[in-house]
Design a protein around this ligand. Structure first.
Ligand SMILES: NC(=O)c1ccc[n+]([C@@H]2O[C@H](COP(=O)([O-])OP(=O)(O)OC[C@H]3O[C@@H](n4cnc5c(N)ncnc54)[C@H](OP(=O)(O)O)[C@@H]3O)[C@@H](O)[C@H]2O)c1
Length: 291
């Protein structure tokens, strides 16, 4: 096994917004990579990177093949499917089977067994699963994306929900990627076993965050605070499924209840650069693109 083999990092989710930025940051650091996707044709062409796949998280055999040769696995959480723990566990076990020694998992701020935000619960389960393996691991609990309100907007650029006056330190994809890439490129044991909460530089209400998005994009986004009753009935009338309603509303409620109100210096302490205000985000999703 050559010296470089020990340093090869496999990255999943590279066809997405976060994984693509992590892979680009690792390429800049000249870290050898395996870019893993269920649709490898959509993978970027990066120096020092091999394309692997097609490998869906739930496909153990394809994942073993895709991860073969990696020493570190960066696991980007998949879309909420109702079977996310099983999917993530399958990827980690595939890594274990082919000699991966370290897992870096991008979880979510506020992850917990009874987290208000529905989608934060299986992040917590995945964290527990990883901690129970013999692998070296670091958990990154990413704050709520600064880009998400733009994706939650309707066609009139209105973001409606029961977020109250709760606050969150919304974070950019770029900052999360920079932290994960820095830890991945550091082969020391400094961050082993750690849970790093990655947040933006300031706590904002949804109203304040949306005002910043409007100023940054020059588009008239605005926040309309709903009561819980209004939130349910407006979505129900649009024919949205109960599961989707629960996920969306619980996202706003997590903010309202202060579940994601942590403010940390992880971006600066790990990367050496201060956290980026959401108004300096490099990307805004189109309305109605949140799943
Ligand atoms: N912190 C937050 O506020 C926040 C907000 C939303 C989501 N998230 C979580 O963070 C993750 C990354 O965020 P993002 O913005 O990069 O999302 P994204 O742009 O939708 O990218 C998700 C990536 O994961 C891949 N993926 C999803 N399910 C998979 C599966 N079952 N098997 C293989 N690959 C799979 C996707 O592949 P394809 O291109 O093939 O679909 C894509 O590459 C999301 O998937 C979600 O779990 C966090």
């Amino acid at each position: 096994m050559g010296a470089h083999h020990n340093e090869t990092v496999a990255v999943t989710g590279v066809t997405g917004a976060l994984g693509s930025r992590i892979a680009a940051a690792l390429a800049e650091r000249e870290v050898p990579q395996l870019l893993v996707a269920r649709n490898p044709a959509a993978l970027p062409d990066l120096v020092g990177a091999q394309r692997r796949g097609p490998a869906e998280y739930a496909d153990a055999a394809a994942m073993r093949q895709a991860l073969d040769g990696a020493s570190t696995l960066i696991l980007i959480s998949g879309h909420p499917t109702g079977r996310r723990l099983e999917e993530h566990a399958t990827v980690v076990e595939a890594g274990l089977a082919v000699g991966v020694q370290r897992v870096l998992y991008v979880s979510l701020l506020g992850a917990g067994p009874v987290a208000t935000y529905r989608n934060a619960r299986d992040h917590w389960l995945t964290e527990q699963f990883i901690a129970g393996t013999r692998l070296r691991h670091t958990i990154f609990r990413a704050g709520f994306y600064g880009a998400t309100p733009a994706a939650l907007a309707d066609e009139n650029l209105v973001i409606r929900g029961p977020g109250g006056t709760g606050q969150a330190a919304f974070v950019t994809h770029g900052d999360i990627a920079a932290v994960v890439a820095a830890v991945a490129a550091d082969s020391s044991t400094e961050h082993d076993g750690a849970i790093l909460e990655i947040t933006g530089p300031e706590l904002l209400t949804l109203e304040q965050a949306v005002a910043k998005i409007a100023a940054a994009t020059g588009r008239p986004y605005r926040y309309h605070a709903e009561t819980l009753e209004e939130a349910f009935s407006s979505r129900w009338q649009q024919g949205i499924s109960g599961n989707q309603i629960e996920a969306w509303i619980s996202w706003y409620q997590a903010i309202a209840r202060g579940d994601v109100s942590a403010l940390t210096d992880v971006v600066e302490s790990v990367t050496g650069n201060p956290a980026t205000g959401i108004e300096r985000s490099d990307w805004w999703p189109e309305p109605n693109t949140s799943y």
